[in-house]
Design a protein around this ligand. Sequence first.
Ligand SMILES: [Zn+2]
Length: 255
Amino acid sequence: MKNEIYFRGWKKKKSRTEFICASCGKLFTPSRYNLEYWGVGYYLGSTNLDYKVFKCKCGNVVVIDVPTKYGQVNPQSLFSPERQFNQLERCESIDDELEFLYCKTDIDWLTADLLREKARRELGGVFSPFRRKRDNAGLLVDDDGIVGYQLWNVVDFSERKEVKLEETYAVGRQLYILPSKRRQGYARRLFNYWVSTYADPINDRFCVETPNREMVNLLDKLGFIEYDDDTIKLKRQKKCIILGGINFNIFSSNL
Ligand SMILES: [Zn+2]
């Protein structure tokens, strides 16, 4: 986690308004000149969690200001293994290494949103802002802290005429693993856990919306679809229904 730029916070608080950037070591004072609005206003409006992000010139997010009971938050603390804010007891065990934290509190959602913004900057606009009233999210946790997230919602397609589906399904919408945590099967284990725990109780089948190539390969590997990577053709949808086609425009190694 230590090398993940954007989230290193401050090293030593000199006063309430002065910090030392944990990434470049320069003195930092939050002001309107280094303020960036990331997800403010329209997706967390239902709970009035509008937060502000203050970024150092080096790119690191030093301070997050949550104008409720939390105040000035060190972003690193949101991802720390100590898991403040009573998250520890809510974690569900995926296996010996990984845990799943279903997003409930403002801080859970704030953490997921920081990851979403990181994903959007790395991979593009498909990582659109959450709508908390509609969406569900889960954070992926390992020994180092919070390292990824998955977003989904539950859709009753009988009311939606544009899709030829008539039942209610869980729809996987976003999945992201931090770069330093890739190539260890984290996405596969997170996704499998999500299918058995959150999607299966809704319907025997589930949907995934506009997956990228890595996601399609993952679905194929898990036996949920049949996909030919050479001809880039979807041969068969089995347990998984793909909505909106495959998005080949974004190439990433986010799994
Ligand atoms: Zn800096």
